[in-house]
Design a protein around this ligand. Structure first.
Ligand code: HEC
Ligand code: HEC
Ligand code: HEC
Ligand code: HEC
Ligand code: HEC
Length: 166
């Protein structure tokens, strides 16, 4: 009985206690913007001239269209009232967020699809729940070290520790 109980704790209870669930500040639908508003990925996610990755679009970019609500969507209303009108950047959560001691650059990985590494948010109407490890503070959805190393090995890229750990 004791064994079964502790196995149960290990498999079902511990993972639930270990991760806290967080939501994005408000829902953001990629299909609403890519399919309905006709935007392309590069309108919001692009490389700067120096090769660095812009990451998320700035509030200024969003405000080009959302200076005032255009629909009666409650997420848009929340976005306009709490961020656009207050001039506050949105604190997006990154599902693929890495520990600070890991170095990653998008430009070196430009030959690959976003979904080789990221959840396919571009096809989701609802932003997924973010699971944060209570002990390490890192995202559960992030790519594990062996997954980075597997692709590096397949492509003949060095897996010396200092390549990724600076
Ligand atoms: C209107 C601006 C906008 C456009 C256009 C856009 N995105 Fe995004 N993207 C965002 C925002 C805001 C987030 C953060 C919220 C989220 O994760 O959905 C994000 C997050 C992401 C992420 C990171 C997920 C993670 O790991 O946290 C990926 C990958 C992504 N977008 C891919 C795409 C692709 C592919 C396209 C084109 C099909 C695209 N985006 C078009 C605004 C945009
Ligand atoms: C080119 C104009 C344009 C830009 C730039 C733009 N949006 Fe939108 N957005 C729209 C339109 C049009 C709709 C309504 C689409 C629909 O009804 O399907 C919309 C809908 C929304 C909604 C409600 C639907 C949903 O859940 O996503 C939110 C929230 C939103 N936008 C946030 C943002 C944020 C945040 C940014 C910047 C990252 C942004 N928008 C950039 C045009 C834009
Ligand atoms: C080889 C894997 C890989 C590919 C391919 C990839 N990403 Fe990422 N992306 C990451 C990692 C890892 C992070 C987290 C970086 C960190 O936390 O320092 C990230 C972070 C991001 C972020 C959060 C902001 C930032 O710069 O940290 C956005 C937005 C994003 N990626 C969008 C995209 C889009 C859009 C594509 C496709 C055009 C893409 N990524 C392709 C691995 C990848
Ligand atoms: C889908 C395959 C793939 C995945 C997954 C991948 N990489 Fe890479 N990575 C590559 C390739 C290919 C190169 C070599 C690119 C070049 O030399 O132009 C590279 C190069 C690098 C470099 C060297 C960049 C430079 O400036 O010299 C770093 C650092 C790196 N990757 C980190 C990571 C980390 C961290 C992860 C996991 C979060 C990861 N990679 C996941 C394919 C991948
Ligand atoms: C291709 C990139 C890559 C290489 C090469 C690599 N690592 Fe990592 N490492 C990562 C990533 C990504 C993480 C975070 C995700 C995880 O914990 O799996 C990580 C996490 C770790 C952690 C846990 C750190 C923490 O903050 O939780 C240790 C320890 C570590 N690596 C040691 C090493 C050593 C030792 C080597 C060389 C033998 C090495 N790594 C080579 C990408 C790499």
């Amino acid at each position: 009985m004791g064994l079964i109980l502790s196995l149960g704790v290990g498999w079902f209870v511990f993972p639930q206690v270990l991760y806290s669930e967080k939501q994005q500040p408000f829902n953001f639908s990629h299909p609403a913007h890519v399919e309905n508003a006709g935007m392309s990925c590069e309108d919001c996610h692009f490389f700067r001239d120096d090769g660095s990755y812009a990451g998320y679009p700035t509030l200024e970019k969003c405000a080009e269209c959302h200076a005032a609500p255009q629909t009666d969507n409650p997420d848009e209303a929340k976005f306009v009232a709490e961020y656009v009108e207050k001039g506050k950047e949105v604190p997006w959560l990154t599902y693929q967020y890495q520990p600070d001691n890991v170095f990653f650059s998008h430009i070196a990985h430009n030959a690959f699809d976003c979904t080789d590494c990221h959840p396919d948010v571009a096809k989701m109407d609802k932003t997924p729940t973010y699971y944060q490890n209570r002990l390490s503070g890192y995202s559960k959805q992030t790519m594990k070290m062996w997954q980075c190393e597997r692709c590096h090995a397949e492509n003949g890229v060095s897996n010396a520790c200092f390549v990724c750990h600076k």
